[in-house]
Design a binder for this molecule. Structure first.
Ligand SMILES: *Cc1c(COP(=O)(O)O)cnc(C)c1O
Length: 484
């Protein structure tokens, strides 16, 4: 048979691809360097949206032309969380080194789940560093996943499977007619309920315990609810405490929750997706100390470690329970004692995902570049910025602080005298949108006790104290313009 012509996706001209790669890096550096002077957000023109709705290209074009199209249609309409005044939701900034690490990881392209190769050891080292950061024992286990939601469901899967005789994997949930009950607060992130739904527990069996004025779970009501459920013959199995709620940064009384979990023999999970890393700020380290006692912890590195999306981490105190929840070994994944199929325990034994990228590298390179101390300073800086902003709000009679400021979340709004609740909502909604549309800053909003509020969540390694001054100034300027 005549051999067909060989084909490949590699470039025909390596030198022009090299040049193009250099150009991309140059453009990124210029982008980061000048980001403070840029508008934080711009609306996407209709024609661009249409181009981003074209059907699949049948034939290719030059790499240079592809990049030109990226620069025209995609690059200018970024979300903005790289900007120093991005405060919406809870979203990290990323760093140059983190970005380049992702480039290198993608260039090496190891599927980091099994085998004897360097990425497996970097992944293990980074998980060990995560344990050190969080005060977990070295005997604990952990896994890097795509983010906080995945980290939470991974931990809750272990909690569920460890329940009772630990036979849930084999027999399913209802073998003994037991109804598992999960406890969290009304302020708990929505991913916990979603996880409970996926895990077969059912949203109806997620008890959302009320919070106090500071939006922290009421431990007394938690205990009452557990007692009630036991009386009904239900099976409480886990408590989820939040270290930094998504609305206001509140910290549940973790010490009390831990004690209650021991009293009733329940799994104690901490959702620290946002706030666990505030352990590095001495102002918060005491209140977050109980994280070290948790059976499991979920936290994000793409939030307060500022690494590029995506990466979160699950830590499990009892490594055996962790492995027992996920490990299985089909014939096509046998491990050998030597060669490429040797090496460390497969990471797939600790989570649901099989194929995994080399997401550990961006954390490894970032921590090598800056060291733990620098991250402690950066996290503390965000917290001090929130305190500074709070002070500005309290000093200004036109503004109203809407929740106690905890960690780096500040909730406030403009509230002119004699305005109804509805008028205040309309005003602040308009202020928020104009801040974004004028490209000044990107807060987001939430509703606290039925009241609409602007919400500043700061996990931004580029923001400065002066940005808080500017934010307050602009809120008031825009507010006055609207009122007329
Ligand atoms: C962000 C967040 C989550 C979800 O994490 P993702 O990384 O967005 O999946 C869960 N819980 C809390 C408290 C969060 O702040």
């Amino acid at each position: 048979m005549n051999k067909p012509k060989n084909q490949t996706l590699d470039p025909q001209d390596w030198e022009s691809m090299r040049e193009l790669g250099h150009q991309m890096i140059d453009d990124l550096i210029d982008y980061w360097k000048g980001i403070r002077e840029e508008k934080i957000w711009r609306p996407i023109p209709e024609e661009i949206k249409q181009r981003l709705d074209d059907s699949i290209p049948e034939t290719g074009m030059d790499p240079e032309a592809v990049y030109e199209e990226f620069k025209k249609t995609i690059f200018p309409y970024n979300k903005g969380n790289v900007h120093p005044r991005f405060f919406a939701w809870i979203q990290g900034t990323g760093t140059p080194m983190g970005t380049f690490a992702d480039l290198l990881a993608s260039g090496m392209n190891p599927n980091t789940t099994i085998g004897e190769h360097s990425a497996m050891y970097v992944d293990r080292q980074v998980v060990n560093w995560c344990k050190e950061l969080m005060g977990f024992p070295s005997s604990a286990s952990g896994i890097l996943v795509s983010g906080g939601s995945m980290a939470n469901i991974t931990a809750l899967t272990v909690a569920r499977n460890a329940f009772g005789e630990g036979k849930i994997r084999e027999k399913g949930l209802l073998e003994n007619g037991q109804q598992l009950i999960l406890y969290c607060s009304t302020e708990t992130h929505a991913c916990i309920q979603k996880a409970a739904e996926i895990l077969g527990i059912g949203s109806q069996h997620v008890r959302k315990i009320p919070v106090n004025d500071a939006y922290e779970m009421r431990a007394d009501l938690l205990q009452k609810q557990i007692e009630q459920d036991l009386e009904l013959g239900l099976c409480p199995f886990a408590i989820v405490g939040t270290a930094g709620t998504v609305n206001t940064g509140a910290i549940d009384p973790l010490d009390d929750l831990f004690k209650i979990s021991r009293q009733y023999n329940l799994w104690f999970h901490v959702d620290g997706a946002y706030g666990a890393l505030a352990k590095l700020d001495p102002v918060y380290s005491d209140r977050l100390k109980a994280i070290e006692e948790a059976d499991s912890l979920a936290f994000d590195l793409h939030k307060w470690m500022y690494v590029p999306y995506e990466v979160g981490c699950t830590l499990i105190r009892d490594a055996k329970k962790h492995r027992d929840a996920f490990a299985n070994t089909p014939n096509y994944l046998l491990q050998e004692s030597r060669g490429l199929s040797g090496g460390l325990d497969s990471i797939n034994h600790y989570g649901f995902e099989l194929s995994r990228g080399f997401k550990a590298l961006k954390i490894w390179m970032s921590l090598k570049e800056h060291g733990r101390e620098k991250y402690a300073q950066m996290i503390a800086q965000n917290n001090r910025q929130a305190e500074y902003l709070t002070q500005l709000v309290l000093e200004n009679p036109q503004l109203e602080l809407m929740a106690p400021t905890s960690m780096s979340i500040t909730c406030f709004r403009m509230s002119p005298p004699n305005f109804s609740e509805e008028q205040i909502r309309d005003l602040n909604q308009e202020i928020l949108v104009r801040l974004q549309e004028e490209g000044i800053a990107s807060p987001s909003s939430t509703i606290l006790n039925g009241k609409y509020t602007i919400r500043i969540a700061n996990v931004n390694q580029r923001s400065q104290f002066e940005d808080m001054d500017l934010l307050v100034r602009e809120v008031i300027r825009i507010g006055k313009e609207i009122i007329g």
